[in-house]
Design a protein around this ligand. Sequence first.
Ligand code: HEM
Length: 316
Amino acid sequence: MASHTNFRLHAFVWLALATTAFSLSPKFYDKVCPQALPAIKKIVQAAVHRERRMGASLLRLHFHDCFVNGCDGSLLLDSTSTMDSEKNARGNFNSVRGFEVVDQIKAEVDRVCGRPVVSCADILAVAARDSVVALGGPSWKVRLGRRDSTTASRTLADTVLPSASMDLPALINNFKNQGLNQRDLVALSGGHTIGLSQCSIFRNRIYNATNIDPAFAKERRETCPRVGGNTNLASLDPTPARFDTAYFKNLVKKRGLLTSDQALFNGGSTDKLVETYSLNPDAFWDDFAKSMIKMGNIKPLTGKQGQIRVNCRKVN
Ligand code: HEM
């Protein structure tokens, strides 16, 4: 009996130690570099002030980092002779942006900290939060202590990043593979309350879809012709520089820009939640913040795993 209790106690202590050592914490840089988070916030604010869209672009970088083998900064690595960058994957090429701002943040954070202690993966997580706040959205405590990968995988990125043509079952399955549920899917898709998309991506929907408001389709066709204009931009919701509920209000009106957006309100299991978020900004904000934390916890490298890159584009 005594040895049983002893064993349980040991197991408990070991588990407690293991989880403290290897889980993320909002206080991770409090002692080692308390200047880090304010420095990131300042640069994000300045970048968003210069160009509102940058807030959207930085949020998307964190998402595309986390979905490919966890939040490990792998997206930021440039190609080498032996490694094809995730930047070349279908969902990223000529689409993801904001790398110069990440470089600027990394240089400044390493300067204020006196040495490279903040990972590129953590920079993406904090910049995503600060971007959402800068565009008027909710705030949350970012869990920190991620380390950076020494590898990247374009082929994995091609497989796991969701595509704009996905229907609801495909989206649900895609998020499930990351440990995210339907609520996370709908809340996080609310990230499309900010930012823009290119004509080549939504062309098929505005010319061929039946679950689209005809007036909206007509309006979008004006700047997205059947042929040409591939890179012409349209906003993902009517207020692309404001983190509000317009994205969900729009879905209810069949004015989603991407097929994957409208799939969330198309007579399926997520309709109810879309409606709730469209009417209740607090519900959206709360769930978005919770799901961002959950997404940020996907398979981080911690402890002695990986490294803290000096240059986010290159392995040390
Ligand atoms: C649910 C599956 C998702 C799909 C299929 C999807 C797909 C896309 C596509 C195709 C674009 C436009 C790219 C372009 O035209 O170059 C885009 C933009 C964007 N996505 Fe998503 N996305 C999804 C989920 C998310 C999530 C979870 C977030 C963040 C929490 C997010 C944040 C953004 C943002 C902010 C933009 C605008 C970026 C900018 O203007 O630079 N997306 N997404």
